[in-house]
Design a protein around this ligand. Structure first.
Ligand SMILES: NC(=O)c1ccc[n+]([C@@H]2O[C@H](COP(=O)([O-])OP(=O)(O)OC[C@H]3O[C@@H](n4cnc5c(N)ncnc54)[C@H](O)[C@@H]3O)[C@@H](O)[C@H]2O)c1
Length: 493
């Protein structure tokens, strides 16, 4: 059988072309590599592995080399091919997905007039589920439902619990779980759904994240509209395609019986953590009404400010200056932070695949933060930490790491603490939190590769450290521990 190949060659990557000078041999490598990726010929696998081993020694380097080789080979089309008795083909899908972000004061009150613009047209004749939590429902549930019904849409409402945590703040974090996900899926499937149905997530970051995962899963993808009602949601959680629930969060009941659940946690949470189950799935529309933020507590607004400040620290000192100069109780300031943060974040989402900067920038401080936050909700701290509070701590720990690794000056570390504290956010890991547990929990972070957390580090405010075009830096366990210890000790002084 004749083998047909269509080659469209991008410029060869240096490390491969250095070793395979002959253009024909280079093409053969690329074809073999593609076969290897398609589960094809043994010979191809052998050749690829031999080259990768000859180039790089550590498994991490080999992985990176393989990724690069994939880049080199990905435009080779094999169409169709019989080789060594096997049929090999390949397919891919490159559907462009677009999220439209609408920031408009008063839009929620005016939904009867605006709903047909923000709900995708294809959904107008299908069932629409507004998913919200009990606290948001009491504030805005009926306004939104009535607005959708008033626009002639077939909407109904599902409410998940939200309650006061051990620190006295409202939160839905303890319900960001597979149990909630599954209950919602049951209700939506029982209530009636078709491929043009739409999920409207009405709430803060937790509801936005759960609904995103739900919308990506039911019928393998329903339309999603976020109506994000918290500062955290408006500056960050809803302006994203990352959707998730926590693993094991359904076991959290620390307020009702801290001792019993604390013990249960101790024996049962191996492998659990923040956002471990989820998908990359964009909302069709993100609707943001900054006037809703006035009903949030100051602590929750500061919580959102932490994520906005993160964007400023990582890549916009203008944003950071704006954030530092404002008053958290001023609605015009909240509105300004929302708009400015979105302007800074949106390009990183559109160009997400172009550089790991776009992946690491929104994750700044998050590797330590997720471990600390998750543990704080599972009885390891006196009180749970809100997500942005944990991120504030995580950014200070990251600055300590950067200093130990020689990436930044000590003044940059001090600047981190000064900014975070001036914004009214915690800067240090709670003293009662066992660092062994934190380090262990970090191993479940998705950016931990070959046992080492990969973290973005700052050279200075507004500039992330980069080495050979890579922004995610592997951090040794002893450096990470030292950074955590310095940070935790600082609180005691
Ligand atoms: N890229 C991402 O996907 C991303 C980014 C940032 C944060 N997050 C996630 O977001 C979550 C935190 O979000 P959050 O801080 O909004 O918490 P949350 O969703 O728990 O909301 C906090 C509380 O405020 C209530 N609430 C909502 N709107 C309100 C309003 N306008 N006025 C008064 N109360 C209101 C909620 O009912 C809840 O009780 C975390 O789970 C975090 O992981 C995700």
């Amino acid at each position: 059988m004749e083998m047909m190949l269509y080659l469209q060659l991008p410029p060869p990557l240096e490390f491969v072309s250095e070793r395979i000078a002959d253009p024909k041999a280079l093409d053969t490598f690329r074809v073999n590599y593609q076969k290897f990726r398609c589960g094809g010929a043994q010979g191809a696998k052998g050749e690829v592995q031999q080259l990768l081993v000859s180039v790089h020694q550590t498994s991490e380097e080999k992985y990176e080399a393989e990724e690069k080789a994939y880049e080199l080979a990905k435009d080779v089309r094999i169409d169709p091919m019989i080789d060594e008795g096997r049929f090999i083909s390949a397919f891919e899908r490159s559907k462009r997905m677009r999220s439209v972000v609408v920031v408009e004061t008063g839009i929620v009150d005016a939904l009867a007039a605006r709903a047909l613009d923000v709900i995708p047209r294809k959904c107008h004749r299908s069932s629409i589920y507004v998913v919200t939590d009990s606290v948001t429902d009491a504030l805005y549930g009926d306004v939104v439902l009535d607005g959708l019904l008033g626009a002639g849409l077939g909407a109904s409402k599902l409410v998940i619990p939200s309650e006061t945590d051990a620190s006295g703040e409202n939160s839905t974090e303890m319900h960001k779980s597979l149990t909630t996900f599954s209950n919602l899926a049951d209700q939506i499937l029982a209530g009636g759904v078709d491929k043009r149905s739409c999920i409207v997530s009405l709430g803060g970051g937790v509801v936005n994240n759960i609904c995103g995962y739900l919308a990506s899963s039911i019928y393998r993808g329903l339309a999603l509209v976020h109506v994000s009602t918290t500062f955290m949601g408006q500056v960050d959680a809803a302006i994203d395609f990352k959707q998730a629930v926590n693993h094991c969060a359904n076991r959290i009941q620390s307020r009702t019986a801290p001792l019993v659940w604390g013990l249960l946690f101790f024996f049962t949470t191996a492998g659990c953590g923040k956002n471990l189950l989820g998908s990359y799935y964009p909302a069709a529309t993100v609707v943001l009404d900054p006037s809703l933020l006035t009903t949030q507590s100051t602590r929750h607004r500061r919580n959102g400010l932490a994520e906005a400040a993160k964007h400023g620290m990582v890549h916009s000192t203008d944003l950071l200056d704006y954030i530092r100069a404002g008053n958290i109780d001023d609605p015009a300031y909240l509105d300004g932070v929302v708009r400015r943060t979105i302007s800074v974040k949106v390009p990183t989402l559109t160009r997400y695949d172009e550089s790991d900067f776009n992946e690491m920038a929104p994750q700044y401080g998050h590797a330590p933060a997720h471990a600390v936050e998750f543990l704080s909700w599972h009885g390891a701290c006196n009180e749970p930490l809100l997500h942005g509070e944990a991120v504030a701590i995580g950014m200070c720990v990251s600055a300590e790491v950067a200093f130990i690794m020689g990436v930044c000056a000590e003044s940059v570390v001090e600047e981190h603490y000064a900014i975070v504290e001036a914004l009214g956010l915690p800067s240090c890991v709670p003293p009662e939190l066992d660092l062994d547990k934190v380090i262990d929990k970090l191993s479940y972070d998705k950016h931990t590769l070959s046992g080492k957390p990969t973290m973005g580090l700052l050279v200075k405010m507004g500039k992330m450290y980069e080495k050979d075009g890579v922004y995610g830096q592997p951090v040794d366990a002893d450096i990470l521990r030292e950074a955590f210890e310095i940070n935790q000790d600082r609180a005691a002084k």
